[in-house]
Design a protein around this ligand. Structure first.
Ligand code: NAD
Length: 486
């Protein structure tokens, strides 16, 4: 397909849709079909600087808008997002590949972030003490910090941006977003609907592109804070460069999430949950289940159950009825995944289910069927590294303690789950596991908007996490006033 047949996306700056100052573009591809659906410009430093300047100017007036008035725009925005729920979900499936039900759920998660941010009048309230000493009082007031830059990954084109800009904007900041160049379409719809809700020009801006835009945002004197979500090496880079430039940075990184299935667990529930968590969204979730430590006594039975469920998964275009497993994002990501499957075999893991053999994996689009390895050990690459695809590793352990020890060897620590009916085991797991988001008898322990998304170790760099009260604090600063009435 030639460039003239599909749209070249524009940047959204100062309330206007403007062309990037470059001919350098990249194809946006529907991963289920290989079809080119748009071209995304790789904007320049000049484009980035312009957007930050516009956002900085808008900050001067936006920060003065009373908080309830700002919140009213978010209420309107929430309603518009609800009205466009189906349309947004379809767009996610087309550019990302996840099935329509999952995309629908993602839109819902995004809307919940807007709802949470609309509570800004309450969230932004300060604190006071009328008598810190004789006739002396103190109070804390909360203020926005300026221009926030958001840099987002391909796997949640709606939910992850919504972790950032609704709260940042509701608290009085202005925002420049750089969406993933692989899934840039949804961001533009989010901006159009925000404008329709009455957001003033310049408060929310989008600059499409890749490294140059990111570097421009990290280096610009007028960006006060950086919210990043993406892979570990890039999170590390963004955190170091951003903090070196004395900015606030929260960098949510990659993951390798572990589950422990004990002998007393409800195995039917555990298999259903892990099947969904490992193969849902084609394993392209930072909260995907990637390793399961199964107690020896039930390992054979559990693996059989899981394999049976995996065999019944429908693979295909996520827009089609009944499809559970869509494609991975690009052909090179498919190649990388197949490389990991070969590595797992070479490392001596037992390939129980080979997703390369599924019929869909031979067709157009970037499909890999559900893949399950047994007898995986912590020395293996497939245990250590984030594959970000429908590949699940199973390790056998003799008891809970061994499962916890094994899990705690991982450099990543986003989520961890336990499957058991025993309260004592749950308590031991909660107290000794090194991970920030825990699940009991559930597969994807992703917190809702009002709780922090709290990865540990190499899954997060920074102090204040995204969402919840952490998100509010990240996007605001405080003044403490001490007064003597004389
Ligand atoms: P990615 O790191 O490739 O890209 C993320 C963003 O960084 C994109 O906007 C991209 O343009 C930019 N980027 C990429 N390379 C860069 C570089 N060298 N210099 C500057 N900018 C660069 O991540 P992805 O593949 O889009 O997303 C998947 C990753 O995101 C996975 O590792 C997943 O675990 C992680 N993720 C983490 C969370 C979390 O909450 N911890 C949530 C979602 C996704």
């Amino acid at each position: 397909m030639t460039k003239t047949k599909v749209e070249i996306l524009r940047n959204y700056v100062g309330g206007k849709w403007i062309e990037a100052n470059t001919d350098n573009t990249q194809e946006v591809i529907n991963p289920a079909t290989g079809e080119v659906i748009a071209h995304v410009p790789l904007s320049t430093l000049e484009d980035t600087n312009h957007a930050v300047q516009v956002a900085a100017k808008a900050f001067e007036t936006w920060k003065e808008v009373p908080v309830p008035k700002r919140a009213r725009i978010l209420f309107k925005y929430q309603q518009l997002l609800v009205n466009h729920h189906e349309e947004l979900a379809r767009l996610i499936t087309i550019e990302n590949g996840k099935n329509l039900a999952e995309a629908y759920g993602e839109v819902q998660r995004g809307i919940e972030n807007v709802e949470f941010a609309a509570g800004a009048p309450t969230l932004m309230m300060g604190e006071s003490l009328p008598s810190i000493a004789t006739e002396l009082e103190s109070g804390v007031y909360r203020y926005p910090i300026g221009v926030i830059a958001g840099i987002t990954p391909f796997n949640f084109p709606m939910m992850v941006p919504c972790w950032m800009f609704p709260m940042a904007i509701a608290t009085g900041n202005t925002f420049v977003m750089k969406p993933s160049e692989r899934t840039p379409l949804l961001a533009n719809r989010l901006a159009e609907l925000f404008e329709e809700a009455g957001l003033p020009a310049g408060v929310f801006n989008i600059v499409h592109g890749a490294h140059d835009v990111v570097n421009g945002l990290l280096d610009h004197k007028q960006t006060a804070a950086i919210s990043f979500v993406g892979s570990q090496p890039v999170a590390d880079y963004v955190y170091k460069r951003g903090t070196n430039n004395l900015k606030r940075v929260q960098a949510l990184a990659g993951a390798k999430n572990h589950s422990i299935v004990l002998g007393d667990a409800n195995l039917e529930n555990a298999a259903n949950q892990i099947m969904n968590a490992a193969f849902g969204s084609a394993g392209e979730r930072c909260m995907a289940a990637s390793v399961v430590a199964v107690e020896d006594s039930i390992a054979d039975e559990f693996i059989e159950l899981l394999t049976e469920k995996a065999n019944n998964i429908q693979i295909g275009n996520g827009l089609d009825e009944g499809v559970f497993l869509g494609p991975v994002i690009r052909d090179n990501h498919k190649e990388r995944t197949l490389g990991y499957i070969e590595t797992g075999e070479k490392e001596g893991a037992k390939l129980v289910r080979d997703g390369r053999r599924d019929e869909a994996a031979q067709q157009e689009g970037y499909f890999v069927g559900p893949t399950i390895f047994d007898n995986v050990t912590s020395e293996m690459k497939i245990w250590q590294e984030e594959i970000f695809a429908p590949v699940l590793s199973i390790s056998r352990v003799s008891n809970l303690e061994e499962g916890i020890d094994l899990t705690n060897q991982s450099r990543f620590a986003n989520g961890a789950c336990i499957f058991t009916k025993d309260g004592g085991s749950v308590r031991k797991f909660r107290e000794t596991i090194d991970a920030g988001m825990l699940g009991v008898n559930i597969g994807v322990p992703a917190p809702m908007a009002f709780f922090p998304f709290s990865g540990w170790k190499d899954s997060f760099y920074g102090d204040l996490h995204a969402n919840g009260k952490d998100g509010l604090q990240f996007y605001t600063r405080k003044k403490v006033i001490t007064t003597k009435w004389v």
